[in-house]
Design a protein around this ligand. Structure first.
Ligand SMILES: NC(=O)c1ccc[n+]([C@@H]2O[C@H](COP(=O)([O-])OP(=O)(O)OC[C@H]3O[C@@H](n4cnc5c(N)ncnc54)[C@H](OP(=O)(O)O)[C@@H]3O)[C@@H](O)[C@H]2O)c1
Length: 229
């Protein structure tokens, strides 16, 4: 398969690229800073800002499927990259005759998501992290999800919980809408997204993804995740 990865310079995008190449796919890594993506056999690096429709169109040409790990650093400023990126990617896919898209959102976008046994998170951290620090990012993730849900292309929304770096794929779990757990390893998120390219279970649905085999240390969480949504 020829897979196009948006957000390829970010840590989840790197996992998507590495895992797709390891599985024998041809990969186009799309980044606004192409120098941030190390060259490898089987990999084409394409410079494109996701907010530029023509650049996105050129990046999507010839793809069998598109994966998006686009994201913004949460802050007080309005965020538009999720919805603008999804709008441009879907329009480009339609023009180029590409149907399959898996795009990253967040468990926090599901209003019913309250991971079991996580009292500290649910009562202290969540109201602050998700309702204050990441509020504008989550607002735009909701807009992105609405853009995807309005499309008749073959989309899946991937909703991870708090992301952390772990070197290998573990026995992750997935569930419709969101999964009952606080943490998701980026390797597991990437593996779950790639698995959807040959699986229709979450076609035009949201898939929650969590990691249960390992739990991040506080250091791991802070190092790979400075307040991101
Ligand atoms: N951190 C968490 O706990 C958490 C929880 C749930 C969901 N998420 C979501 O999971 C996804 C992956 O997160 P992550 O921490 O692995 O990656 P990340 O650090 O958020 O990386 C985001 C990627 O998007 C790219 N990007 C941003 N704006 C762009 C634009 N206009 N054009 C092209 N590329 C653009 C960035 O490129 P540059 O390198 O050029 O900036 C980077 O490659 C994000 O959507 C994030 O919101 C995160």
């Amino acid at each position: 398969m020829h897979i196009v990865v948006f957000g390829a310079s970010g840590p989840t995008g790197r996992q998507l690229t590495d895992q797709a190449l390891a599985a024998g796919h041809r990969v186009t890594a799309v980044a606004r800073r192409p120098q941030a993506v190390p060259p490898r056999a089987g990999l084409t690096v394409q410079a494109a800002d996701a907010t530029d429709p023509d650049a996105v169109d050129a990046a999507v040409a010839g793809a069998d499927a598109v994966l998006s790990a686009l994201g913004a650093t949460p802050g007080r400023k309005p965020v538009t990259v999720y919805s603008a990126g999804a709008t441009n990617i879907l329009a480009a896919m339609r023009r180029q005759g590409v149907r399959r898209l898996v795009a990253v959102s967040s468990s926090a976008v599901d209003p019913a998501w309250r991971p079991s046994g996580e009292f500290l998170f649910n009562h202290l951290l969540d109201p602050y992290v998700n309702r204050v620090i990441a509020r504008t990012a989550h607002q735009d993730m909701r807009r992105m999800e609405a853009v995807l849900r309005a499309s008749d292309l073959d989309w899946t929304i991937a909703r991870p919980s708090a992301l952390f770096d772990h070197p290998v794929v573990t026995g992750y779990r997935h569930a419709e809408e969101s999964a009952d757990g606080l943490y998701t390893a980026r390797a597991d998120l990437a593996a779950s997204m790639l698995s959807q390219l040959t699986d229709d279970r979450y076609l035009r649905r949201a898939m929650g993804v969590i990691t249960t085999d390992v739990r991040p240390t506080l250091r791991q969480l802070l190092r790979g995740n400075s307040g991101k949504g």
